[in-house]
Design a binder for this molecule. Sequence first.
Ligand code: 13P
Ligand code: ZN
Length: 277
Amino acid sequence: MLITSKDLLKNARENHYAFPHFNYWDSNSIRAEISAAEELNLPVILAWAEKHSSEISIYDALTLGKYFGSKAKVPVVLHLDHGTNPDLVEWGIENGFTSVMIDASAKSFDENVKITKEIANFAHKRGVVVESEIGHVGTNSTNDSSMYTEKDAALKFAELTETDSLAISIGTSHGVYKQGTPKLNFERLADIRETLPIPLVLHGGSSSGDENLNKAIRNGITKVNIYTDLANASMQSLKNSNFNNEPEMASIQRKSISECAKHYFKVFETTKYKYQV
Ligand code: 13P
Ligand code: ZN
């Protein structure tokens, strides 16, 4: 069943745990991620990122997401990740994503507000939820503390845009870290958590360190985005295995992606989630 993340993130915020967001890039990865969620009987957020357009188009990703998401034995949130093109995001909203991220975080505060507010209006009329970002989570080469989210700006941004959740920058980066486990600004996080009434999202979860991530969710993060670790687990599994044919190879990859996904469900304490009956 496909659902939005609204109730999931609200529950996570109230009960101090988080949901993992897993990017998928083909049918093998989405199958593996769903099977991890099914094994643990937990809802899952599956995401296609605009920057993966050259590997898999939005049409193909949406088709896969709707097909595998609808027949999954657990609730699935179908999320459009890092949408920088508002037209594409609106298309995604109208065609089946249940959650979208509008990412205008590289723009000025005022422009970010304007773009996010427009998408939030458009999405809410159609029952879709919106994540946005303030501050900026870059890659290794671009992330610096001047890009960390300021709590007053975050509050103003949330009020002006009516975003459903907010991605904040506290020291993680996308991809692998060149200088080992990052130092996260937990004080900043706790301050933002105290000030903002909406769920907070952490991007660049891969290789951030299990202890760091667990501490971040205990301090108010309710969704953590993971991509690189899943892709690397899949690649690494092939280096360490012998296989005789393509189906065997794909099965080894699925197993490694699924193990990585299950690991993060546990680190994020998603098992605290209880189905309402
Ligand atoms: P990582 O690739 O560092 O896990 O980041 C994922 C992400 O933030 C997707 O939006
Ligand atoms: Zn991200």
